[in-house]
Design a binder for this molecule. Structure first.
Ligand SMILES: O=C(O)c1ccccc1NCC(=O)[C@H](O)[C@H](O)COP(=O)(O)O
Length: 203
């Protein structure tokens, strides 16, 4: 079971990620509306200290090709794309794409299945990063292929095992559910418990 800890914003968060070793670390970029949004310079310096075995993901909303190039220059491994995506961005020569779907745009899923630049999907609630869950049964009839099938949306250390058993994803993705009590960063114990619980659940 792959695990992505998303919304990394500080050196303290990096320390937690390096200690707990998820498979992916997500960094929100080019989206000032999010409290987790960070500037490219910050992302670059944080990635330089990230454990080499943790893959870095630039988390974006309707990015331009120039923003994809900036994320590549920061040293990211992948780009996760929410919202609208142009053909130029989908076929960009810089970063492989993890395509995010929320519950209101699942009907577009088939459009992306054959695109070789898309290496995975994140299925999320309507408002990403909101800590809200969605009806997982909406994913029941989606065909599975060789791309990474990640579940997100309101997961936490107490619910992730149930989510894994119900949806049988290839991976799980969390942000709000592993944050500290004042929402200013990640909580070590919550991150550790989330990863242990996700990886211990037999699908
Ligand atoms: O986390 C954000 O603030 C965010 C903002 C804009 C686009 C995407 C965002 N997060 C994407 C993620 O991959 C989150 O981990 C995912 O939505 C789950 O978030 P949560 O429900 O808080 O666990």
């Amino acid at each position: 079971m792959k695990v992505k800890i998303c919304g990394i914003t500080s050196a303290e968060d990096i320390k937690i990620v390096n200690a707990c070793k998820p498979d992916f670390a997500g960094f929100v970029m080019f989206f000032p509306k999010s409290k987790r949004n960070i500037f490219p310079e910050t992302a670059k310096s944080l990635i330089e200290t990230l454990d080499k075995n943790v893959l870095s993901v630039a988390v974006t909303v309707s990015p331009t090709l120039e923003q994809v190039k900036t994320a590549y220059d920061c040293g990211f491994d992948y780009i996760q794309i929410h919202g609208e995506v142009g053909e130029d961005v989908l076929s960009n020569p810089y970063l492989k794409v993890i395509r995010a779907f929320n519950v209101s745009d699942l009907e577009k899923f088939d459009e992306y299945r054959m695109n070789p630049n898309i290496v995975g999907y994140v299925f999320d609630a309507h408002e990403p990063g909101s800590g809200k869950i969605f009806d997982w049964t909406m994913l029941e009839n989606l065909p599975r292929d060789d791309k990474l099938f990640m579940l997100a949306g309101g997961l936490n250390p107490e619910t992730v095992a149930k989510a894994v058993k119900a949806v049988k994803p290839d991976g799980v993705d969390v942000s709000s559910g592993v944050e500290n009590s004042n929402g200013s960063g990640k909580d070590f114990e919550k991150v550790k418990k989330f990863i242990l619980s996700a990886r211990s659940e037999k699908c």
